[in-house]
Design a protein around this ligand. Structure first.
Ligand code: SAM
Length: 292
């Protein structure tokens, strides 16, 4: 009948008992709000026969909540000094395995095979270390294993870029990189006071669900990604100028771009941040025929 790990009294007891100082360099901010944890677990819709993969358990606040609803929790923590602490705080649960590993070095496809959970519904749920939010998220969504959904807490500013719609300042290559594969939604905003120590920025819980048809309509994802990167290379410039920087400022390029814009019904002075993904799809498919 211990208090939840996230209870501020228990969290402070644990920190004191182990003389633990949160490591800024590893993005250690521990959640001390039971309500936020419950909202994260609710957003994951984890069921009793499903598997949770967690990144960065810290002192185990989210890990224990996941263990209460899922069949099994696999959790990856880079900080070796947290291992004995987690063994203590999570000792009431027999369905948690913690690995002392850098998540960026884990081959998740292989992990899933090695642990006999291939046929299972696997969901990733994590309060991410913010200094590597983007590489972790991109690895997960581009991995061969079809994780059913990802519920990720991250800095609010990145969440806004991921979920942005055309015409907004935050809409860019990250938005499109994620939204060609995943449906995205912000489940809630989380203020700085929900953590110990307090982070510098506000956070948001993002729910990412795999699209039934990833890369819808895109002929060549690699070429598409090159078009996206080039289109957003210099945000203040027009789409035409960004494309010219990539293709070379020749008369031929100018004419090609003009012809393709006409075909795709894109205005001469359009900016990348105004274009919905479908337009980029069309643009990339048409451009590829001309330039390759
Ligand atoms: N889950 C805990 C919570 O919600 O209170 C802690 C979250 S804290 C924001 C991020 C955690 O990720 C820290 O425990 C940190 O040590 C860990 N971490 C940082 N880099 C990591 C990496 N490359 N691989 C795995 N874990 C990492």
């Amino acid at each position: 009948n211990r208090l939840s790990i996230s209870d501020p009294i228990r969290t402070n007891d644990i920190l004191r008992k182990y003389k633990l100082r949160a490591k800024k360099s590893l993005g250690q901010n521990f959640l001390t709000s039971e309500k936020v944890l419950d909202d994260i677990v609710d957003a994951s819709q984890l069921k009793q026969d499903e598997i949770a993969i967690e990144i960065g358990p810290g002192i185990g606040a989210l890990t224990e909540k996941l263990a209460q609803v899922a069949e099994k929790v696999f959790s990856f923590e880079i900080d070796e000094s947290l291992m004995p602490i987690l063994a203590d705080t999570l000792s009431d649960y027999d369905n948690i395995e913690v690995f002392n590993q850098d998540i960026l070095k884990v081959d998740l496809d292989q992990f899933v095979k090695d642990h006999g959970i291939e046929g299972k519904t696997i969901k990733v749920v994590a309060n991410l270390p913010y200094y590597i939010t983007t590489p972790i998220m991109l690895n997960l969504i581009n991995s061969d294993y079809p994780f059913q959904s990802l519920v990720l807490m991250m800095q609010k500013e990145v969440a806004e870029r991921i979920t942005a719609t055309p015409g907004h300042r935050q809409y860019g290559s990250l938005t499109i990189g994620v939204q060609t594969l995943m449906e995205t939604e912000i489940a809630r905003i989380v203020g700085k006071n929900s953590f110990v120590p307090r982070p510098k920025v506000d956070s948001a819980v993002v729910v990412l669900k795999r699209l039934d048809k990833p890369y819808q309509g895109i002929n060549d994802p690699k070429f598409f990604n090159t078009v996206i990167r080039s289109s957003f290379a210099q945000k203040r410039k027009s789409l035409t100028n960004n494309l010219l920087n990539w293709l070379g400022k020749t008369d031929e390029s100018r004419e090609n771009i003009k012809a393709v814009f006409e075909k795709c019904d894109i205005a001469d002075n359009a900016r990348a941040e105004q274009l919905p993904i479908e337009k980029f799809t069309k643009l990339a498919n048409e451009l590829q025929q001309l330039v390759s």
